[in-house]
Ligand binder design. Sequence first.
Ligand SMILES: C[S@@+](CC[C@H](N)C(=O)[O-])C[C@H]1O[C@@H](n2cnc3c(N)ncnc32)[C@H](O)[C@@H]1O
Length: 245
Amino acid sequence: MSDPEPAVDAATIYDAFADKYRAYSETKSAYIGAVDDLIAGQLKTPPSVMLDYGSGDGVRGIELAKQVAPVRFFQADISDEMVARCKELGHAEQVFSVNTPDWAADLPDVDALVCLWNVLGHVPGTDARRNLLAELFSLMRPGGKLFIDVNNRHYVGYGRWTSLGRRIIDAIKPNYTRGDIRFDWNIDGVDYPASGHFFTPAEMVDLLKSAGFKIEKAQSVHYTTGDVSNDLTEGQLFYVASKPA
Ligand SMILES: C[S@@+](CC[C@H](N)C(=O)[O-])C[C@H]1O[C@@H](n2cnc3c(N)ncnc32)[C@H](O)[C@@H]1O
């Protein structure tokens, strides 16, 4: 059997998808709205500095920022097309391209960092995911909070038996690479060989803790209804984690 074609990086795919992103995102509004409500509920006191990391076209992060009213608001993404859209909206004080070396040099210490809709799952490989979380940790001030959601490998909607089987094998013999997926993403008639990652709750605990975070809350948000549950098989995995003071 021949090896699969190497996956195209997230920046290339999101550059190609940027024009279609808004319409696609609107098909997920129940889940997205529920995650945003959870975050707004946690940020009753306006943060001094908020960063929307992996901002996409910027619209969602800006709506959230309007709700929580940070004193200073920044956005960052890896896709030049997405960065351009955020800049066009003009709400963030600065929009960073994370491809630029030392991109965060001018960023003040962050006290609310949102990293939403499986941004971490676009990062290939566990080591790189650990490095990204360590980088986000380093951008935050002590006491600052990270809000992050990721795709759930144990989601019961994939089938009760599938979910149960995955939970058993992942408990007995953990191997994070089982959450790696490959697929062709068709954008404007072109098939992009894409990759992604689905996380287990134990993996998220490991990744967040090894970066230095303290986990404050772990919940699931149903992909179609937006229902929030403490049962971590019921939807997207959502975490509130803090940098110890
Ligand atoms: C599904 S979109 C989510 C966008 C936005 N957070 C939202 O919820 O609408 C994922 C975004 O993550 C960005 N991304 C992927 N890998 C990244 C990385 N390593 N650093 C920063 N952004 C990244 C992509 O370019 C894309 O805009």
